[in-house]
Every structure is written in structure tokens, then in C-alpha cells.
Design a protein around this ligand. Structure first.
Ligand SMILES: [Zn+2]
Length: 224
């Protein structure tokens, strides 16, 4: 038996530390009660390593930008390290979420896409490539999200068909409608047209394959 000299207790097995006060135990251990969780420890170590690297990068960036005055060519007044830090903090947030199970994959995907889109929009605003974001990146991201959403709809056995249908409508049609209203008669950029075609096709797909499930869920929720 091992003993804690502070708590005056005996502890079975072969733990390193007292379960009550976390002090180092003394005495000879016995055969361990539980197998050692080395893989979990390794994961937690990796998590700390990446976190350390991320913070080191953030502070290096801030230092180079604010104290040494290192700037991007063509952007002499831009504090790029803030944009850089924003991406790294978001990355850290994403990793943290990954380690916490719970939310459904559809929710996770939508969340990631939403955060990434906001980051890209902010970045393109400061680095002056808004047109690229508006005409190419956003429609491509939306199309990719709709495809992922469709695949998840087909795989999900828990009957969240209505949520998928609604998110598909939300992601697919509303952004296109906003863009269309802003373009006022001038032709829409090609990626947006392709995005619209994909969104309508997949929406039809969800209705064809999961229409019955959606109708059932609808009845259940609204007591019709
Ligand atoms: Zn103790």
C-alpha cells in the first residue's frame, strides 16, 4: 500500500499521487488497479504542444508587427498580426470544440463554415480581395456545405431531416437571393449560378429521398 503523509490515508494500487490532495505518495505500490491511460496522456500533451505553438506564433506576430514594424508589401498601415491572431484564435477554438464531443456533425459543419466565412470576409476586407471572396470563395463554400449537408442527411439515422432541409434552404437560397438583389439585372458571377443549381438539385434530392421523414417530423412538431 502507498500512503499519503498529509491526508494520513492508504491508497491501493500504484498511483503516483494522492487522490485527495495530489501530493506524491510514499511507500511501495501494489499491482495497478487500472491500466495506464497513456494514449489519453499523449493526446493531452499534443493538445498542449499545439496550444503553446499557437500562442508563440500570435505573440511573435504581434511583436514583429507592432514593435519592429514589419509590414506586408502594399499594406503599409495594416496591422496584419491582428488578422493573423484572429485566425489562430479561431483555430484554437475549433480544436477545443473537437475535443468536446456532443453536437451533431451537421451542427459542427455549419458552425465551422460560418466561422470560416466570417474570417475570410474580414481578411478580404483588410487585404483588399473582397471581390474574390464575394464572387468565388463564398459561393464555393456554400456549394461545398450544401453537398456535405446532403451527404449527412442521407447518412443520419436519427431523423433530423427537417433540420437538414431548413439549413439547406437557409444556406442555399438566401445568400443567392441577397446577391441577386444586389446585382440588379447585371449577370450573376458563374460560381453563384453553379451554386444555385447545386442547391436546388440537392434540395430536390432531400425532398425525394427524405420527404416522408420531413413530413412526419413536421406533423409531430406542429401537432397536425
Ligand atoms: Zn493526500
Amino acid at each position: 500500500m502507498k500512503r499519503c503523509t498529509y491526508c494520513k490515508i492508504e491508497v491501493g494500487g500504484n498511483p503516483e499521487k494522492c487522490p485527495l490532495c495530489q501530493s506524491r505518495l510514499v511507500g511501495d505500490g501494489e499491482e495497478a488497479y487500472f491500466p495506464e491511460q497513456s494514449s489519453l496522456q499523449f493526446r493531452s500533451f499534443l493538445y498542449k504542444v499545439q496550444m503553446f505553438i499557437v500562442w508563440a506564433l500570435i505573440f511573435t506576430g504581434l511583436g514583429l508587427d507592432f514593435f519592429i514594424g514589419l509590414r506586408f508589401k502594399g499594406f503599409p498601415d495594416l496591422h496584419w498580426s491582428l488578422v493573423f491572431a484572429m485566425w489562430l484564435v479561431a483555430f484554437e477554438f475549433g480544436i477545443m470544440k473537437q475535443f468536446r464531443p456532443g453536437a451533431s456533425s451537421a451542427k459542427k459543419v455549419s458552425m465551422v463554415v460560418l466561422i470560416l466565412t466570417v474570417l475570410v470576409v474580414i481578411t478580404s476586407y483588410y487585404f483588399d480581395f473582397m471581390w474574390l471572396t464575394r464572387d468565388w470563395i463564398v459561393p464555393i463554400v456554400i456549394a461545398a456545405t450544401l453537398i456535405a449537408n446532403f451527404v449527412l442527411t442521407m447518412l443520419d439515422k436519427n431523423g433530423n431531416a427537417m433540420a437538414y432541409l431548413l439549413s439547406s434552404l437557409l444556406f442555399g437560397l438566401i445568400p443567392f437571393w441577397i446577391m441577386y438583389a444586389r446585382h440588379k439585372g447585371t449577370p450573376m458571377p458563374m460560381p453563384w449560378i453553379i451554386c444555385l443549381i447545386i442547391s436546388i438539385t440537392l434540395l430536390a434530392g432531400i425532398i425525394i429521398f427524405k420527404g416522408r421523414a420531413v413530413a412526419k417530423e413536421f406533423q409531430k412538431r406542429f401537432h397536425i
